[in-house]
Design a protein around this ligand. Structure first.
Ligand SMILES: [Zn+2]
Length: 221
């Protein structure tokens, strides 16, 4: 079973405890908090993450859905999304790569939420990942890569609501084209986003030398 696959017992979107609240008041900068916040609720940038239950193996696997915490772990470590060994291949859906070329061109960084895989799991990913199976896939060989943004919702203090999920660049990340920066105190992150730079495309995994040079420091969540 792929490590990042979500299980039916991990369905958290309906859990009111998982939603942070906006702390406001005179002289206070509006900030998203959990009333019972723990240190692991924030990453090293101070960004608040959506809480999720952890129950792999319980209930049914949802192959089309990714568990946010396990997804984040492999993205932080550059680990295989299926077996968690050190990864060496980026795979992405061929239509997504084609859309990137048409919209931004071959020289633009490729932003992706698809964690990499190791060589022995590439065939499993191609067969089991609905995203890759549907329209074919390509291997991407970037010269450099880094985790450059989070995808998440941004609180809007004036209306006490959340935006649709959007990309928020990480502090200090290399330029990505991910959009204007926002107040990180208002962000509820759901996914890490990797940026792949100077990408060469391959259809043969043997032509790919590895993930590319990593620009940010590998870390544990
Ligand atoms: Zn693997």
């Amino acid at each position: 079973m792929p490590y990042i696959t979500a299980w039916s017992s991990e369905d958290v979107l309906a859990d009111p405890e998982a939603t942070p609240v906006l702390r406001t008041g005179p002289g206070r900068t509006p900030t998203l908090v959990y009333p019972d916040e723990q240190s692991q609720d924030r990453d090293r940038h101070g960004i608040l993450w959506r809480r999720v239950t952890w129950a792999p193996g319980e209930g049914q696997p949802h192959f089309a859905r990714v568990h946010p915490t396990r997804h984040r772990r492999v993205m932080l470590r550059g680990a295989c999304q299926i077996c968690t060994a050190p990864a060496s291949l980026w795979m992405t859906a061929a239509p997504a790569w084609q859309a990137h070329l048409e919209r931004l061109g071959p020289d633009a960084p490729y932003l992706t939420m698809d964690p990499p895989v190791c060589r022995s799991c590439a065939a499993t990913a191609a067969a089991q990942c609905p995203n890759l199976r549907a329209g074919g896939f390509v291997f991407l060989a970037p010269r450099r890569w880094a985790n450059v943004a989070v995808r998440g919702q941004v609180a809007e203090p004036s209306t006490d609501s959340f935006s649709e999920p959007r990309l928020v660049p990480l502090p200090g990340a290399v330029t990505t084209g991910a959009g204007a920066s926002v107040d990180l105190r208002l962000v509820m992150a759901e996914s890490l986003v990797s940026g792949l730079f100077e990408v060469t495309v391959h259809h043969d995994a043997d032509a790919v030398a590895g993930l590319g040079q990593r620009l940010d420091a590998p870390a544990r969540p």
